[in-house]
Ligand binder design. Structure first.
Ligand SMILES: NC(=O)C1=CN([C@@H]2O[C@H](COP(=O)(O)OP(=O)(O)OC[C@H]3O[C@@H](n4cnc5c(N)ncnc54)[C@H](OP(=O)(O)O)[C@@H]3O)[C@@H](O)[C@H]2O)C=CC1
Ligand SMILES: O=C1O[C@H](COP(=O)(O)O)[C@@H](O)[C@H](O)[C@H]1O
Length: 512
């Protein structure tokens, strides 16, 4: 049952009482993302008095040590001592090996005890922040040892990666759906919790001048760039078996593509959005090997320099094989075969150790067929840019007449960025998504059919690459990827709309 909690003053926050059982409580994700998110929910009143967290992992931690760890991870919010103490008093730790049945017996005792203590109405969220091979066994034991309750809600949050290909994802899905109905399975894609990704639909559906032009008549191509400055850091062990295609394209990039390509909705609900996204993904062409070779390129970063700083090659990173053929960069062209998008390329690129962090979408509109002021001179295309991170906002480039005599035209940018104060108050993706789970809102989560279709699309690319032993193009660390990624667009008379300043600087086109 939903209750209202008061977050100070007269602000009312909708919430539910809940016990969060967190698997992987000692891990990186929990410490960097989840505890800070829980704290922000606590501060806002969305997690109020009636919540408790049981953290589990194999390490033999006491409650006191667990609370110290959680306390460290929320330090940047500068909580008062009283606020911190109140928040931490809801945290409990139980050492637990997920493959040991006995441990679930103790977990159940603790879950029931905390349920009574905090009056949680048997509402439970099981957050699986662990490696995917554990997801199946955990849900099976949750059911087998009757930790799943009869009365309240029982929602399971599954971290990515959801499988490593279609077959493993389907097996995992079968294991989970034996225990939880689809509406209680929350497959996290943290990009769906980001402010500007949620804004894609708001902008599309509430600006009537845009929707009529959101199709092949007006749009020349769509570009999705998710570039990362960082290398693989300490995640080489995972990444070397994954690569950029599975790590970023199968989930985040295809999710964003489906939001851009889906049919408009008259009324928004989680079911409507998910159904429209599934339809868009089903229309994405699954490539033949020949089409993969034509439309997708990969790359791996070699050693590089930017300014005074030097960077090692991917193959020299910790826990990466010295002869690794894993791609750290992907660029490609997707086609959405339906009447709205026939013939419009959706270009995507993502990579590690690129020039800078930049997540953005460029919608490139068609140019005027002839410049009415000077038929010899091309007029630049309009470009609607959605800045996702690090900066958030929109820009629309338009053409205007240069001031003065004649009709020389010139592109100008109409721009909106959130100000820094507003961004500090913007809920972080994990905070938003955790809150959605508490409320039972699945809008920003992926349904099985979306995950399944994304794997079919990506498996076709992976299988072609795996069947070939061709050289993987190298790009110098802290550049925008291999030359092949630029050729991919140039052969179709297109070019990447976003090139960071450094790209222009290297070519002597920008001073300073
Ligand atoms: N870190 C990140 O930024 C992101 C992570 N993810 C996903 O989140 C999940 C967790 O990632 P991350 O936190 O980085 O991983 P970590 O390796 O840091 O943490 C793994 C956790 O699992 C626990 N664990 C391992 N084996 C067992 C076992 N047999 N029984 C009980 N607990 C066990 C570990 O604790 P202990 O050793 O004490 O048992 C630890 O708490 C993964 O699926 C990852 O892909 C997704 C997006 C981003
Ligand atoms: O899921 C993942 O995302 C991160 C990038 O996320 P962001 O929110 O920092 O943009 C990526 O670094 C990681 O490899 C991948 O697993």
């Amino acid at each position: 049952m939903e209750i209202l909690s008061y977050a100070g003053g007269d602000r009312v926050v909708k919430t539910n009482p809940v016990l969060i059982v967190l698997f992987g409580a000692t891990g990186d994700l929990a410490q960097r993302k989840l505890y800070p998110s829980f704290f922000r929910l606590f501060r806002s009143g969305a997690l109020a008095e009636r919540f408790a967290v049981i953290g589990t992992a194999r390490r033999e931690w006491s409650d006191a040590h667990f609370r110290d760890v959680v306390s460290d991870s929320i330090q940047s919010f500068q909580p008062t001592e009283a606020e911190k103490a109140a928040f931490l008093s809801h945290f409990y730790y139980r050492a637990h090996d997920v493959s040991d049945v006995e441990h679930y017996v103790h977990l159940k005792e603790w879950a029931d005890k905390l349920d009574d203590k905090y009056d949680l109405e048997q509402n439970r969220m099981y957050y699986l922040a662990m490696a995917p091979q554990f997801f199946g066994p955990i849900v099976t034991h949750l059911k087998g040892q009757q930790i799943v309750t009869d009365k309240g809600f029982n929602r399971v949050v599954i971290e990515k990666p959801f499988g490593m290909d279609y077959a493993s994802a389907e097996k995992l899905n079968n294991e989970i759906t034996k225990v939880f109905p689809e509406e209680d399975i929350f497959r996290i894609d943290h990009y769906l919790g980001k402010e500007m990704i949620q804004n894609i639909l708001a902008v599309r559906l509430t600006n009537p001048f845009l929707e009529p032009s959101w199709n092949r008549e007006y749009i020349e191509n769509v570009q999705i760039t998710f570039s990362e400055e960082l290398g693989v850091e300490e995640r080489g062990g995972y990444y070397d078996h994954s690569g950029a295609l599975k790590d970023m394209v199968q989930n985040h990039i295809l999710q964003v593509l489906s939001l851009l390509a889906m049919e408009p909705l008259a009324a928004v609900s989680d079911a409507n959005i998910q159904t429209a996204k599934i339809k868009a993904l089903n229309d994405v062409r699954v490539y033949s090997p020949e089409e993969v070779r034509e439309n997708f390129v990969r790359g791996q970063y070699a050693a590089g320099r930017l300014g005074d700083e030097g960077f090692v090659a991917y193959q020299e990173e910790p826990n990466v094989a010295s002869d690794s053929r894993t791609e750290t960069f992907v660029a490609g062209k997707f086609m959405v075969d339906n009447p709205r998008w026939k013939g419009v390329p959706f270009y995507v690129r993502t990579g590690k150790r690129m020039t800078e962090k930049g997540t953005r979408v460029n919608i490139i509109f068609k140019k005027v067929p002839v410049n009415p002021f000077d038929a010899e001179k091309d007029v630049p295309a309009n470009d609607l840019t959605i800045y996702i991170q690090p900066t958030e906002g929109f820009a629309l480039t338009m053409n205007r007449k240069e001031i003065g005599q004649g009709f020389n035209t010139q592109p100008i940018k109409l721009e909106y960025r959130h100000d820094s104060e507003m961004m500090e108050n913007t809920p972080e993706a994990y905070e938003r998504l955790t809150y959605d789970v508490i409320l039972g809102d699945a809008t920003n989560f992926a349904r099985w059919e979306e995950v399944a279709q994304s794997w079919r699309i990506v498996d076709a690319i992976r299988e072609t690459w795996d069947s070939e032993d061709t050289e993987i193009p190298k790009y110098a660390a802290r550049t925008m990827g291999p030359k092949e990624a630029f050729d991919l667009l140039e052969k179709e008379n297109h070019q990447w709309a976003w090139r960071p300043d450094e790209w222009y600087r290297e070519r002597g086109l920008l001073k300073g």
